[in-house]
Design a protein around this ligand. Structure first.
Ligand code: MSP
Length: 650
């Protein structure tokens, strides 16, 4: 079985995570999920970069010790990832003991091979970048990243003989034009190599100036330069030098934005070469998310809080938007308007509408069961051919990390299916008694819809599973719905004849532009601070929801058809509840102190269905039953009179 290892940058913990960090991490998640669906064993690493001047300064500002400060911010990153459905396997922190040992090991190895020397150096130091610049690299005497005046520092330090490897790296890049993608960043890297501005790399900081770092194994008076330390996390996080995982998974696919092209395109390959470690597989470089036409950054006060965006519009829609909107490699602008535009056009009008109209026709004309397919006419053959072409393109674009193009291509199919519905007019076929033809048209639609649902799993894991479940298939957001995606491109097998389908679908409700709601572009420094404050105080947050927040909740009425005690949790009951879907849902609820399992079947309950599935003592719960509690008792919230299962609470 082949392996796939993907990494995000390990993020600085000097500030809270924002949309830029979320984007890289979501695309890494999508890529890992995609490779899982190819049947590969995958590993996904992210983490936090916790050493250096910047962190010490940020800790001081917050009156915390560096250790307290990094623990706090690092945990904000990891908890955000779980809220964004990010299924990473490793979370590396540069303050982990295992990482420190690996860095010292690496340094010693490079030192022993003669690639590290001690020397005196004077250079222009930018505290923002935590690195020296040569005079040639400065723009009008200023740091090109921060546009601030660097300080001239002269001191004795250790240097990595990077210049020794630059000619080799140039030839390597010439022979591997696909190593850095998209090509503009390959060209930029080549230009750096050809500029003659690159020199040996200063890899130490005297402890007299900085103590918050990893001590050099060959000189206790120095700590390691933060970038040298951080890059090694890509291998330390998977157990280099001695753990099997490193052997099984390296080399990695690295995802970064253009701000950190140089350390990844130049420093890291030279470091790996010097240590005798094979190079990474690709460096995939994306542009910046802009807000109000400027790179999102805390110092500019224009950051977008990914939690706020996803809770307002739904996680899957948010993930879809990010992957669809940014042309990989170029900058993209984030605005609430464009997010709503995509939700309404692509998700509600195109995809959601396709599922809704086809499933409601199945309910009306076919009792919600998958029909038999018979002879394919030319319009059906065309859909079949389009489906294969689109999926082939999608697959290739995904391999090439061109997510926007992959989705654009998939939507050619979604739109063509909506047109096919119009042209084949199943309602007329039904009216005219053309049952066989009606069956074939619907079967073609259902087959293509299943492909769409499968291929969307990396991008929208929950919506993909909801679609599959509506089609009567199995689907759990945490598990790849297939392990042979490549094969799915070429097959066109109808759903099993007689398979039960959902009777309706409302996957992506339209969003009305809310002129009263704060727009994301107004989430400036002040607003962000407020958001962060309120997130520490749940009751403050509760008072603040908008109508859109409420619309994000999928609350429905269902009938309990089975109840039993949870085998491993005393207070929990395992319920099976019918919401009019293809199958009853399993929901776990802490009802055991108040209800006997035998008294529950037949009762109607109210439940939130679009909560992320939660595992409770080994069993998964796909929703949350709503209850009311006063001082003594707890009871189920039920409708005033019996209503159909699946009725929405609004
Ligand atoms: N700690 C280093 C990385 C070390 S990797 C061995 C670092 N950290 S960072 O917190 O500044 O993260 C930079 C990365 O965050 C970018 O490369 C990108 O992945 C993501 N983004 C941060 N802001 C961004 C935008 N405005 N737009 C898109 N992504 C950006 O550099």
């Amino acid at each position: 079985m082949s392996a796939f290892y993907v990494t995000t940058p390990i993020y600085y913990v000097n500030a809270n995570p924002h949309l830029g960090h979320a984007y890289t991490t979501i695309i890494a998640d999508a890529l890992a999920r995609f490779h899982k669906m190819l049947g590969e064993k995958t590993l996904f690493l992210t983490g936090t970069d916790e050493h250096g001047d910047k962190i010490v300064q940020a800790a001081e500002k917050n009156s915390l010790s560096p250790r307290e400060f990094v623990d706090e911010i690092s945990s904000r990153f990891s908890s955000l990832w779980s809220k964004l459905d990010i299924a990473h396997d490793c979370f590396v922190r540069t303050t982990d003991e295992r990482h420190k040992k690996a860095v010292q090991n690496f340094l010693q190895q490079v030192y022993d091979s003669g690639d590290i020397y001690f020397g005196e150096f004077g250079g222009f130091y930018c505290y923002g970048c935590e690195r020296f610049y040569t005079e040639k690299e400065l723009q009008d005497g200023l740091c090109p990243q921060h546009l601030t005046k660097p300080q001239f520092i002269s001191e004795k330090n250790y240097f990595f003989r990077m210049s020794k490897y630059l000619p080799w790296l140039k030839s390597y890049l010439e022979a591997h034009p696909n190593f850095i993608r998209p090509s503009r960043y390959y060209s930029e890297s080549m230009a750096m190599l050809e500029s003659g501005a690159l020199e040996d790399l200063c890899i130490s900081r005297p402890k007299s100036r900085l103590t918050w770092g990893i001590e050099l194994p060959f000189d206790r008076n120095y700590v390691c330069y933060v970038w040298f330390d951080a890059l090694i996390s890509y291998i330390s996080g998977i157990g280099w030098p001695d753990k099997k995982e490193f052997e099984n998974y390296w080399p990695a696919e690295h995802l970064v934005a253009k701000d950190i092209l140089k350390p990844h395109a130049i420093f890291w390959p030279c470091m790996l070469k010097s240590a005798g470690i094979p190079l990474y597989r690709h460096l995939d470089v994306h542009g910046y998310w802009l807000s109000r036409n400027t790179k999102m950054s805390k110092s500019l006060g224009n950051v977008v809080d990914p939690m706020e965006a996803q809770s307002r519009y739904g996680l899957d829609a948010f993930r879809y938007f990010l992957l669809r909107e940014m042309h990989f490699g170029s900058d993209a602008s984030f605005s609430e308007e464009s997010l709503i535009g995509r939700i309404n056009a692509d998700l509600a009008n195109d995809l959601g509408n396709l599922f809704s109209r086809v499933l409601s026709m199945c309910a009306k004309f076919l009792h919600s069961v998958a029909p038999k397919i018979s002879v394919l006419e030319s319009a059906d053959q065309e859909i079949r051919r389009l489906c294969e072409n689109v999926l082939r393109n999608y697959y290739q674009f995904f391999l090439d990390v061109r997510f926007d193009q992959a989705l654009e291509s998939l939507w050619d199919l979604v739109r063509a299916l909506n047109k096919y519905v119009d042209s084949q007019a199943p309602w007329s076929l039904h009216k005219n008694g053309q049952t066989e033809r009606l069956g074939t048209v619907i079967a073609v639609l259902l087959c293509a819809m299943k492909k769409i649902a499968l291929f969307l799993w990396p991008v929208m894991p929950k919506a993909s599973c909801a679609m599959l479940v509506q089609l009567g298939e199995n689907g759990q957001p945490g598990e790849a719905p297939c392990k042979n995606l490549e094969q799915e491109i070429h097959t066109f097998n109808p759903l099993a004849y007689g398979q039960k389908l959902a009777s309706s679908s409302n996957l992506f409700p339209r969003v009305e532009q809310n002129t009263q709601a704060d727009s994301f572009s107004s989430m400036d420094g002040q607003k962000t601070e407020y958001t962060q404050k309120s997130s520490q105080n749940d009751s403050a947050r509760k008072s603040e929801i908008t109508i859109q927040d409420f619309a994000c909740l999928d609350i429905q009425i269902g009938t309990i058809i089975f109840a039993e005690a949870h085998p491993n949790a005393d207070r929990i009951l395992r319920l099976e509840v019918d919401f009019g879907e293809a199958k009853p849902r399993q929901i776990l609820s802490a009802l055991a102190d108040y209800y006997q399992p035998k008294d529950l079947p037949g009762k109607q309950v109210c439940a939130i269905l679009n909560l992320a599935p939660r595992k409770i003592r080994g069993l998964l719960s796909y929703g949350m039953i709503l209850t009311v509690k006063d001082d003594e008792k707890l009871c189920l919230l039920t409708p005033g009179q019996t209503v159909s299962n699946g009725s929405e609470v609004s």
